[in-house]
Design a binder for this molecule. Structure first.
Ligand SMILES: [Zn+2]
Ligand SMILES: [Zn+2]
Length: 308
């Protein structure tokens, strides 16, 4: 069996041959060989399927789970769906459901103040990942204590995940995604670890979606509509809409458009595992756009423009 180090050596030798040759045909053959070798040893066929599946499941644990269900209660979910979403949430490794949802409620209530856990006025890095690396501002803790979280305390799935959070992260975020591809289809451990465990995109909602984009629903708040975040965070980039209508299960005016999380929740309703989806009516949305949106829909309305 060829080891990972031997494969590395083969690829490096091919690269050298490929780039050193003056003969164009030889360089082409070298490049093709290089590509084939990389394909053979660096990504097995099942991994090409499990990689996007893992990404979507992980993202759903955040978007459909701790965000739309537990933070905002924008729909109801039965026990099997809550267990699936809790496991997916552990896979995402972004704090346990109770802490995430409580912090997120604080984020909505005290956006862009010291009580906002990922206060975007402290810069992109802080809002994106820095807030996870430093101690919380005391206002976050104090205001968080005053919020009503009785629904979270009453949910046994939330309490179980909180109690065994470290163990569930170890299993769902590291062991399962690393060991399964290695054991079942011979993926290298290194590859499995990187393909499934490392890639994280949903944090962009806290940073980019509070800085870049337009504000068609409410000009007076910082969150913006950001299409790149929508792609990276499977439907969570309609952030001006979301902060204006936080109860809406679709977090968007446009329903299924660019919104895989909404498709997933609809599918769960169809399967009888979810119900009671809350939605802002067209009339309410239009009235709000006219009142506070300032007719900016479709226009790029950056923070700089708003301030000048
Ligand atoms: Zn939210
Ligand atoms: Zn936000």
């Amino acid at each position: 069996m060829v080891t990972c180090n031997e494969t590395h050596a083969v690829i490096i030798a091919l690269q050298k041959k490929c780039f050193a040759s003056k003969d164009i045909a030889a360089r082409k053959i070298g490049a093709e060989l290089l590509e084939k070798t990389q394909r053979k040893y660096f990504t097995k066929t099942p991994s090409k399927i499990t990689k996007p599946v893992c990404f979507i499941v992980t993202a759903l644990g955040v978007t459909a789970g701790v965000h739309r269900l537990w933070s905002h209660r924008s729909y109801r979910a039965k026990l099997p769906l809550r267990v699936f979403l809790a496991a997916s949430n552990s896979m995402s490794f972004q704090n346990d459901i109770y802490e995430w949802a409580r912090d997120h409620r604080v984020h909505h209530k005290f956006s862009e103040t010291d009580a906002d856990p990922h206060n975007a006025t402290r810069g992109f890095f802080f809002a994106h990942i820095g807030w996870q690396l430093v101690r919380k501002h005391r206002d976050v803790i104090e205001k968080g204590k005053k919020l009503d979280v009785t629904d979270l305390l009453a949910d046994p799935v939330v309490q179980f995940q909180r109690k065994y959070y470290k163990t569930t992260v170890l299993i769902m975020c590291f062991l399962v995604p690393t060991v399964v591809p290695w054991y079942f289809w011979g993926e290298t451990l290194w590859n499995s670890y990187f393909l499934a465990s490392i890639l994280r995109y949903t944090w962009l909602v806290n940073s980019a979606a509070h800085m870049y984009g337009n504000r068609p629903y409410d000009q007076n708040i910082s969150p913006r509509e950001n299409r790149w975040v929508t792609f990276g965070a499977i439907g969570e980039g309609f952030h001006n809409f979301h902060h204006t209508f936080p109860f809406d299960y679709s977090v968007s005016e446009f329903g299924l458009r660019f919104n895989p999380t909404t498709c997933f929740i609809n599918l769960m309703c169809w399967m009888g595992l979810a119900s009671n989806r809350k939605k802002a009516s067209v009339e309410i949305i239009q009235a709000r756009k006219l009142r506070t949106g300032g007719g900016s829909y479709g226009a790029v309305n950056t923070r700089q423009e708003a301030e000048t």
